[in-house]
Every structure is written in C-alpha cells, then in structure tokens.
Ligand binder design. Structure first.
Ligand SMILES: Nc1ncnc2c1ncn2[C@@H]1O[C@H](COP(=O)(O)OP(=O)(O)OP(=O)(O)O)[C@@H](O)[C@H]1O
Length: 221
C-alpha cells in the first residue's frame, strides 16, 4: 500500500509537481498523463530518488523498473540475482515465457527482451511494484500477457503508461496534467471529456464485450 499526501517537487526553482495526494492498494494502478505531466518525477519521489515536500507512506518493500536503463555485460541470471537472491525469479521468468534468455548476456537482448527480464525481476522482488512505462518496447502479445499476469497477483502495482488500451485492466487510474492530479478513481467514472481535454485529442470511451476502452479519434478537439 502507498499513501501520498501533498507531494510537491521543485527542480532548479521550477515547480514540477503540485500538491499530489492519493493512495493505492493491492491491484493495478495506472498513472496516465501527457508528455511532461510529471509521471516519472512522481515515481522518482516515491522511490526516494529525488527530494519532495509532503509525506509518502509505504507498507512493504518496493521494486522499480525504470523507463530507460543501462545494459550491463552480465549474464541474465546474474542480472536477476543482483537484488534479493531469495526472490522466486524463475516463477516470473516462466510466467513471462523468457526462460530461453537465462543464459544470454543481458546486453545482447533486444530492448523488449531486456524489459521483460527487468519486469520479471521486479515482479519477483517487490510487494509494491513500480514500473515506468513497462509497456514501451513490448509487442501487443507481451503487453497483454504482462497485464494479465499482474492482474493475478496480490501486490500493489503502480505503473505509468501512454497506452490507453490497457485501462480496462486497472483498478485505479491516476491522471496527471501539468504536474497536478486531475483524476483519481476507477476507469468507469473517468469521462471522455476530461481525458480528451488533458491530452488535447478527441478521445471516445467505448465498450467492447463489456470492457471499457478509450480510443483516440482525431488530433483537433
Ligand atoms: N532535472 C530536471 N530539470 C529540469 N526540468 C525537469 C527535470 N526533471 C524533470 N523536469 C521537467 O519536469 C516535467 C515532468 O517531467 P517527467 O519526466 O516527470 O514527465 P512525464 O510525465 O514522465 O513525461 P513523459 O511522458 O514524456 O515521460 C517536464 O516538463 C520535465 O522537462
């Protein structure tokens, strides 16, 4: 569980996040927002990488998958074991279907394959799993596989995304705009007017087989 109270972040005298408060529990919590809205900065505050004002309370440990990462010339097994050696990495390696990478050098994997290794590591290690754009680099099948896997576990997932087609997997949506929280709630109550105005694109809320999807329609509102 994660509770944020009045989180503000200033960097070099510029206000990046203003007065963000929300709490998330077990389940899939997705942070949405346009480029530059403050998603990564918020995750960095939560994992203690940057200074902030306000209060963050976390129960349980945290694992983190950054949006961008270095590629050490290390065996994939050693990458997995570089954190908590007791975590059940193999379980998540099997769930994600990436057993064949285990004996490879991490730096030789494709960008999506590297991402899957880091995701398996984070899923195994954390009770609170925080992932910055885990879906970028993943193909459609791996995106859906990942969402289905994380839906099964009783962990607190907090993930940022630009993919509106995965909102139906969420228990909670946190929507940021210009460093402010503009929505905190479930996907059914998120209106197409709000999400359209935040992204500056006409977005339609549609139901297919009982599931909610947001579909971008056109650039001009
Ligand atoms: N070290 C820094 N110095 C100056 N400005 C910064 C710094 N870090 C972040 N910012 C600014 O803070 C704002 C929020 O950045 P952040 O990376 O959190 O956005 P984001 O929502 O994750 O964006 P994206 O979707 O493009 O990844 C941006 O305007 C960015 O330029």
């Amino acid at each position: 569980m994660l509770v944020l109270k009045n989180i503000s972040v200033n960097i070099n005298g510029k206000r990046i996040l203003s007065d963000i408060s929300f709490s998330v529990n077990h389940g899939v919590n997705i942070i949405l927002g346009p480029n530059g809205s403050g998603k990564t900065t918020l995750l960095r505050a939560i994992i203690g990488m940057i200074k902030y004002n306000g209060e963050i309370r976390i129960s349980g440990n945290i694992s983190f998958v950054p949006a961008e990462f270095s590629s050490p010339q290390m065996n994939v097994i050693d990458v997995l074991l570089s954190g908590n050696k007791k975590a059940d990495y193999l379980y998540f390696v099997r769930e994600l279907g990436i057993e064949e990478f285990l004996n490879r050098d991490f730096s030789t994997l494709s960008s999506g394959e590297k991402k899957l290794v880091l995701i398996a590591k984070a899923l195994a290690e954390g009770e609170n799993v925080i992932m910055d754009e885990p879906l970028s680099n993943l193909d459609i099948k791996n995106r859906l596989k990942l969402m289905k896997i994380i839906k099964k576990f009783k962990k607190t997932f907090l993930i940022t995304s630009h993919e509106l087609d995965i909102v139906n997997y969420s228990d909670k949506i946190i929507l940021l705009n210009k460093g402010k929280l503009v929505y905190d709630g479930n996907v059914s109550d998120l209106s197409e007017d709000l999400i359209s105005s935040v992204y500056g694109v006409k977005i339609k809320k549609v139901k297919i087989d009982g599931e909610i999807y947001f579909k971008p329609m056109e650039y001009s509102l």
